[in-house]
Write a protein that binds this ligand. Structure first.
Ligand SMILES: [Zn+2]
Length: 285
């Protein structure tokens, strides 16, 4: 009979673990250094975006301190420029053409109609740094706490906001779009001719194609108003709370409206319930 000495096995596995751990140390150092370089590059690019910050280090410090001051006021177009051009951390542009219908001619036509409506390719998370913010809704780490803080602030003012959407993968978006396309009864073979462009555009009023949804980034939320669930969002007390005084409450937590008044050609029809996180610094003087 073979007797396995449990002590010996334990020692062995511990030795194995220790050597694995030792191997991890340089890896952690390398990753740390890479992250530091990444952060430096990031702050450089932020600084070059803001001419006021490209001055001396002293002035920069003053600027940073001053940033905790007043929230900027944005026109609709300025909000739109910010959410379209903001360098969302931990994302990379979805560059490849994500298949939609398995018919290339149809997919090209659908993308053409989408782009003519103002849809843009969006970024997707590079790493899996998600936080579950409740009911399996996931947001990128940087946006999660600001979202929870905004919910708390609303609650303190007697307003109950929740989520109906957060992060969504291109694959999930494909399922959504195909569901709508199937309901319309249009066959993918017929789409490539361009004959059904108007019907495709109709679907695109509410549903993005994969690769073109703001929800891909993990920084976008669709907000529900729990106080007035049956009202159109822009007529709820929640919308009033978020949008008053140039979206002061939203901006305080780094959130900006995805479809502010006065902007057009943004892909879907205006969605007053959709907000995008860009961080407090981006909206502060
Ligand atoms: Zn949305």
């Amino acid at each position: 009979m073979r007797v396995i000495n449990p002590k010996k096995r334990e020692t062995q596995s511990r030795a194995k673990k220790t050597s694995k751990f030792l191997l991890l140390i340089p890896a952690v150092i390398i990753l740390g250094a890479a992250f530091a370089v990444f952060k430096l590059t990031q702050s450089d690019s932020t600084a070059s975006d803001t001419p006021a910050q490209t001055q001396s280090a002293v002035t920069q410090n003053i600027q940073v301190a001053a940033k905790k001051g007043t929230l900027k006021t944005f026109t609709g177009e300025e909000f739109k420029n910010l959410y379209n051009n903001f360098a969302y951390p931990n994302t990379a542009l979805i560059s490849e053409k994500t298949p939609i219908t398995d018919n290339e001619a149809a997919d090209d036509k659908i993308r053409e109609v989408a782009v003519s409506r103002g849809y843009q390719l969006r970024g997707a998370p590079v790493t899996d740094a998600f936080v579950n913010v409740g009911k399996d809704y996931e947001l990128q780490q940087r946006a999660a706490q600001p979202w929870l803080d905004m919910v708390e602030a609303a609650k303190a003012d007697g307003i109950s906001i929740g989520l109906t959407a957060a992060y969504r993968s291109a694959e999930d978006q494909k399922t959504l779009f195909l569901g709508q396309l199937n309901n319309s009864g249009i066959s993918p073979q017929a789409i490539g001719t361009g004959y059904y462009n108007a019907q495709i555009s109709q679907i695109l009023r509410t549903t993005a194609i994969p690769g073109y949804s703001r929800h891909h980034t993990g920084y976008t939320v669709d907000i529900a108003c729990n106080d007035m669930p049956n009202s159109s969002f822009e007529f709820t007390n929640c919308f009033e709370w978020l949008s008053a005084n140039n979206y002061e409450h939203a901006k305080k937590f780094g959130w900006i409206p995805s479809y502010p008044k006065g902007t057009e050609n943004q892909g879907p029809d205006p969605e007053s319930w959709e907000y995008v996180w860009v961080g407090v610094d981006a909206v502060t003087e």
